[in-house]
Ligand binder design. Structure first.
Ligand code: UTP
Length: 240
């Protein structure tokens, strides 16, 4: 398979849980394997990676929630933890990465002047890092946004609870909206509880008209295929 020369603007969202083992230890080997995928292929477009908070962020959020009834404060902890995860990735990417985590779209636009991979976390309370990745993709006119999560894409029902959940290979914005409305529980808007695709993300998606792929970042096999330009990838593609 011939490597695809990448000169597109791509935004990648990596769920924070993908950086840790089941025992909540940092998965250094996996992080290095993730970096190697990018280092193997010459890439000349803008690449921005948005890190999530993962399980550790959720532990902080749960503790803060037990002290204070303040969801915005919980969100702030989630943002801080996602930025720590971004710093961790920056250290693994070494010279390939811009050394500072942008904390706003303005700081991102300055970082983009340096032509390096940019790695960031959350921006402001009340949303998920998926929403951040959509805002960033919109701002940078990204050709594609890839969301790496711990399942193979978006399913007709929660694959962690239902064995017969079916992976949906292609979704339109309207179909995605139906799924979000049907699966929205009361906890959806609580800190740490934003699902793969939340309501804020849907609103940004609709106005930005982005192309999205949701795929597994668990063993990175599918992602590596995608990055090489292969077509046959297990994922959900979301288009208008
Ligand atoms: P995420 O819930 O987006 O992390 O951010 P995640 O790693 O993708 O989750 P996994 O991997 O699917 O488990 C962590 C928390 O940080 C806050 C929210 O509370 C969010 O749930 N956050 C993040 C914000 O409030 N604003 C942001 O811009 C980003």
């Amino acid at each position: 398979m011939k490597d695809k020369k990448m000169d597109k603007n791509v935004v990648i969202k990596i769920g924070g849980s993908l950086l840790f083992t089941e025992d909540k230890e940092i998965d250094a080997v996996k992080i290095q394997n993730f970096c190697r995928i990018f280092q193997k292929i010459k890439y000349s477009g803008n690449l921005i990676i948005v890190c999530g908070g993962g399980k550790v962020a959720r532990e902080y959020i749960n503790a803060v929630r037990s002290f204070r009834k303040n969801e915005a404060l919980c969100d702030i902890f989630g943002i801080e933890l996602s930025r720590i995860n971004a710093k961790l990735l920056i250290s693994a990417f070494q010279d390939f990465a811009y050394p500072v985590v942008p904390k706003s779209i303005e700081e991102l636009s300055i970082a983009m002047l340096f032509g390096k991979f940019i790695i960031m976390g959350g921006l402001q309370p009340g949303q998920s890092t998926t929403s951040v990745s959509l805002e960033v993709a919109e701002f940078t006119s990204a050709e594609e946004l890839v969301i790496l999560t711990d399942v193979e894409g978006i399913y007709d029902k929660d694959p962690k609870r239902f064995d017969d959940a079916k992976l949906l290979k292609n979704l339109t914005y309207n179909e995605l909206q139906e799924i979000i409305i049907n699966s929205t529980g009361t906890k959806q808007a609580a800190a740490g509880e934003y699902r793969i695709f939340d309501a804020v993300s849907l609103q940004i998606l609709k106005r930005s008209k982005l192309n999205i792929r949701v795929m597994s970042g668990k063993n990175l096999k599918e992602f590596e295929k995608y990055w090489k330009g292969e077509e046959d990838i297990t994922c959900t593609t979301i288009t208008e």
